[in-house]
Design a protein around this ligand. Structure first.
Ligand code: FES
Ligand SMILES: [Fe+2]
Length: 350
């Protein structure tokens, strides 16, 4: 597994909140990649993110007061706008020569797309001319919104979390349910993978017929699964010609011990559809099962074991490390990242 300095992929967008979590006038502290950040939403509804320290003497800005326009630090009352620029230092005499606007709390770029609030984690100090990449493409028109289903904190670093997300072999042993599948129904799976701009894609295929869950979806179903660094898995299910379901899992490293998992669903099926109940139940059950195994993994890792990635069931994990290496190299060389994976066919029994 990567050392701590190579653990995080910088200069990328990460999921911070879904829209309902961050209400107008809110000020919420959150750790991402070990950096303490305060998120807020102003009176106009725009989200923002600042380093969670007052530039004066470091008290968390999240402990201050926010009126939807300015944040007032709770120690000496300095006031900042939502871009972090200081607007007022109450203790300064009116004739002070000090230009308060020169003082700034560092800010992070923050964007909201499809009802998800993203934050950009820069590799180094950003200037106002830094060109930002597009927010991660979740294969959904910008005017559509996800329904949030689940959020959990996995007790492991981002690498273990990603590998757990794309690892096919644990399904047989961790995700058994009477309504989904049982261990006895294992079969040889042969899947074709192709590279995508930021990762790799399991080409569109009919879902395995040993999954009872998919049988709920009648009318010609096919699924495509796309993995993108830093840790996004998009499953796009097409039902007949008219309907689609998109299930997105994103991973946000909180620190080197914890990773937040968010699962979002979008569907053209109506909210009242009978279909939502089993979908939610499935999502919740799966995540609960993953959380259970991650607790055990955390215990195991305390003993610092040597680990291995073996054969085709672990090929996607190796691809993930390869993508990470390429991303970090491109950043160091200041060149454009280009994915050199070639994909191919993988076989495993699950
Ligand atoms: S520490 Fe914030 S105003 Fe002094
Ligand atoms: Fe899992």
């Amino acid at each position: 597994m990567d050392t701590e300095s190579n653990l995080y992929l910088k200069n990328m967008w990460y999921v911070a909140f879904y829209e309902q979590e961050l209400k107008k006038g809110n000020l919420i502290p959150k750790e991402i990649m070990g950096e303490k950040i305060v998120f807020g939403r102003d009176n106009r509804g725009l989200p923002f993110a600042l380093k969670d320290n007052c530039p004066h003497r470091g008290v968390p800005l999240s402990c201050g007061h926010f009126d939807g326009d300015r944040i007032q630090c709770c120690y000496h009352g300095w006031e900042f706008d939502t871009t972090g620029v200081c607007q007022k230092i109450p203790a300064l005499a009116p004739d002070t020569p000090i230009q308060v606007n020169k003082i700034k709390a560092p800010s992070y770029p923050c964007r909201e797309v499809n009802g998800i609030v993203w934050v950009f984690m820069p590799a180094s100090k950003m200037s106002s001319t830094t060109v930002l990449p597009q927010v991660t493409d979740l294969l959904l028109a910008a005017n559509k919104k996800f329904r949030h289903v689940e959020k959990v904190v996995l007790p492991c670093n981002i690498d273990h979390s990603v590998i757990g997300l794309i690892d096919p072999a644990h399904v047989t042993f961790v995700h058994q349910s009477w309504f989904w599948r049982s261990k006895k129904s294992s079969k040889l799976k042969i899947k074709n993978f192709e590279p995508s701009p930021m990762g790799f894609k399991m080409a569109r295929h009919a879902p395995s017929n040993n999954s009872k869950g998919y049988k709920l979806l009648k009318g010609g179903t096919s699924t495509e699964i796309d993995f993108q660094i830093p840790g996004t898995r998009i499953e796009h299910i097409q039902i007949g010609e008219k309907h689609e379901i998109i299930s997105i899992t994103t991973l946000t490293p909180l620190n080197d011990q914890e990773t937040e998992l968010n699962q979002f669903f979008y569907s053209t099926l109506a909210a009242s559809s009978w279909f939502w109940w089993p979908l939610r139940l499935l999502g919740r059950t799966f995540i609960g099962q993953d959380l259970g195994i991650f607790m055990k993994l955390k215990k195991g890792l305390e003993n610092n074991p040597n680990l291995m990635l073996v054969g085709e069931p672990d090929a996607q994990a190796r691809w993930y490390y390869e993508l990470k290496k390429q991303w970090q190299k491109a950043r160091q060389d200041e060149t454009q990242f280009s994915n050199t994976l070639t994909g191919g066919q993988l076989k495993w029994v699950t």
